[in-house]
Design a protein around this ligand. Structure first.
Ligand SMILES: C[S@@+](CC[C@H](N)C(=O)[O-])C[C@H]1O[C@@H](n2cnc3c(N)ncnc32)[C@H](O)[C@@H]1O
Length: 301
């Protein structure tokens, strides 16, 4: 199938732009794709568009986010209608559309965590960047220059995504370690955890953070069970390196992907290249098509 890969809404850390590079390391056909840190599921959408897996598992600890994925795939029409209702309300809202955002945000924090409300907050907030307070309240501000994705534009993407994944997808909202336990030989586990930090249960950017040692243990367990996986891990921007390498004992292959120029640096008038690391499980390394020359070229850019 040709044409651009559809997406639901902009999401921080989305692998939408990197998906073509990442998919080069996946087998052409496999049983099941498991995404324990799904976010807005850019990789699952790209794989399903190419019909490379039979089944899909989408998990993210952020439950309202998983509701958006579930409704997109299983009830696209209902989601679009409900989103259009929320979105249209902002047009003539007393006090203006920014006040409308704050009203929906309050509704959401008071307990109405419907998929339509979550989608509207994502579509309307600054750069699709969810932010949570220490007590778990959504506290990101609205982007004052944009109204958020028009429901008409959203509709075609949502229907397309549903057509790729309906009837083939399981959803959950639990810790990644529970989901990786279900993986069997013949599955591919794609993991895109939040950038590693200190061992903490909170990460204001993503609702929750993860602990490095727990993650290494989980990867080691997949290895020992002979399960294939691909991990997007750290990031390098200019001189700055984010994150620590995964231990050599895991025997993973590490490749660097060109993630383009950093928008953050461009704002400051600097042109800094962003490079993202991808770790590939020992068996999967055989599928790689990236050559040493390509890797050297990337470092020379
Ligand atoms: C970098 S984002 C994933 C982006 C995704 N690849 C995409 O293309 O949209 C990381 C995700 O991990 C989720 N997360 C954080 N801690 C988690 C945990 N312990 N278990 C499962 N998901 C978690 C966050 O809510 C966030 O959506």
């Amino acid at each position: 199938m040709n044409g651009a890969t559809p997406h639901i809404v902009q999401y921080q850390g989305s692998k939408r732009n990197l998906a073509p590079q990442i998919l080069r390391y996946f087998p052409q056909k496999f049983n099941r794709l498991i995404e324990p840190f799904a976010g807005m599921a850019a990789i699952t959408i790209a794989v399903s568009k190419q019909r490379r897996a039979e089944q899909y598992v989408l998990n993210d600890l952020n439950e309202p986010l998983v509701n958006v994925l579930r409704e997109t795939i299983n009830n696209p029409q209902k989601l679009i209608e409900e989103y259009a209702k929320v979105w249209n309300e902002q047009i003539n809202f007393e006090g203006g559309s920014v006040e409308h955002f704050y009203k929906i945000r309050k509704d959401f924090n008071d307990g109405n965590k419907s998929a339509a409300n979550m989608l509207y907050l994502l579509a309307r907030c600054v750069k699709g960047s969810v932010r949570y307070s220490t007590n778990g309240m959504f506290n990101q501000s609205p982007d004052k220059r944009r109204m958020g994705t028009n429901p008409k534009n959203l509709a075609s993407n949502v229907y397309m995504i549903s057509s790729f994944l309906k009837g083939k997808t399981e959803f959950s909202s639990v810790d990644y370690r529970e989901v990786t336990k279900m993986a069997k030989r013949g599955d591919i586990v794609y993991m895109d955890p939040p950038y590693q930090g200190v061992c903490t249960t909170r990460d204001s950017r993503y609702f929750s953070g993860i602990c490095f040692d727990d993650f290494v243990e989980c990867v080691d367990d997949l290895n020992s069970r002979g399960i294939d996986f691909v991990i997007s891990y750290d990031g390098t921007c200019g001189e700055k390196q984010y994150g620590v390498d995964l231990p050599k004992e895991l025997k993973l292959k590490k490749v660097m992907l060109n993630a383009g120029l950093s928008s953050q640096s461009l704002l400051l008038g600097k042109k800094e290249k962003t490079v993202e690391a991808l770790y590939i499980s020992p068996n999967l390394s055989d599928f790689t098509t990236s050559t040493t020359e390509e890797q050297l070229l990337l470092f020379a850019l």
